[in-house]
Design a protein around this ligand. Sequence first.
Ligand SMILES: Nc1ncnc2c1ncn2[C@@H]1O[C@H](COP(=O)(O)OP(=O)(O)OP(=O)(O)O)[C@@H](O)[C@H]1O
Ligand SMILES: [Mg+2]
Length: 396
Amino acid sequence: LWPEAAGRLPKADQQKQMEAVGQLTGGIAHDFNNMLQGVVGGLAMARRQIGRGQPERAARYLDVAHGAAEGAAGLTQRLLAFARRQRLESRPVDADALIAGMADLIRRAMGPGIEVELRLRDGAGVVLCDPNELESALLNLCINARDAMPEGGRLAVATREVRLSAADVGNGEAMPGTYAEISIADSGTGMPPEVVARVFEPFFTTKPLGQGTSLGLSQVWGFVRQSEGLVRIESAPGRGTTVRLLLPLHEGRPPATAEPLSPALPSASARGTVLLVDDEDVVRGPAAERLRELGLAVLEARDGPEALRVLASSPPPDLLVTDVGLPGGMNGRQVAEAARERLSGLPVLFITGYAGTALPPGVEVIGKPFDLETLARRVQAVLEARRQNPGSAGGP
Ligand SMILES: Nc1ncnc2c1ncn2[C@@H]1O[C@H](COP(=O)(O)OP(=O)(O)OP(=O)(O)O)[C@@H](O)[C@H]1O
Ligand SMILES: [Mg+2]
């Protein structure tokens, strides 16, 4: 986006934007290289141990590599949050209940020197957002507050309802209307205006190197914006900081009580045929192999047109598993539509690394990078649902 935009910006702003992009690129490169080092080093040592006939030691190094890869996945997750391209599971959430449920966690995170006060408006209202992301945003903000109060102080978490007029929301940043405001106020060091201006930038930090990822506030910002809300910060040196999250009130039905997760299915052998579509051999190969281990027949295709040829010439599959971003002129959503024209009711499980293509709500999705066990479990669950309820499985 920025090169075109930069053409229209005054010189000073252009300079700042270049700096911000440089900071972002450098930050990603630095963190990623460290994690890749863990992967590369762990794999190299595992290979050596296998060569020495020491499989148990090799397994330990493989765990190291796996842990580093998971760290990298956490980083891309936070970057996608900032890019407002996260896969959010939004549902009606009672903000007060959620905060009350976090009270112990917050108190423990603050430690003894900080007095914690919750001022929750009874049933402050139901907001539509992803409760897990809201929790992690609040925790991030509380930890920032703690870090700003090394000598102790006061933290107040409060909720209230506010009405924002067209003038309040400014240049179409958000819709005028009623919002639930969650404020996190600390009596800490506060920030000068030039710091406030930059706090949402990824990798911007005033903390010593190596103390976290400095993606905290950029993640909060991305999550709230993607949930159609606003973030406001008031701060001054020596006067503490108040961060306000404004999330649109949800007028519809009350929040559903959390549904228990469906228990893991036994990983015994499964029956059926899966059509697996992904252009990346390194993604498709191991996934296909894991599904075959389950006892499934797996048909593979690299893109949409190939998938349709396979559909025309092979026994009909019981499930389509497809990547969303595909070469060959069709995205995964279009592959699913075309496949369902041929086989109505065919269940579809999407795999995606990035929520760039909108998927219909309620479809089955797995985010990359996924664990092969997660894939195996989800595939078995969809196939099982289809067996129990033929013709209606798989969502819209
Ligand atoms: N409550 C606060 N009081 C004073 N300064 C703050 C506060 N919250 C954020 N900041 C400033 O904003 C910067 C960016 O915050 P952010 O949460 O994005 O990253 P971080 O806290 O530095 O790193 P991380 O969250 O990964 O540990 C902080 O380094 C700090 O300078
Ligand atoms: Mg932080």
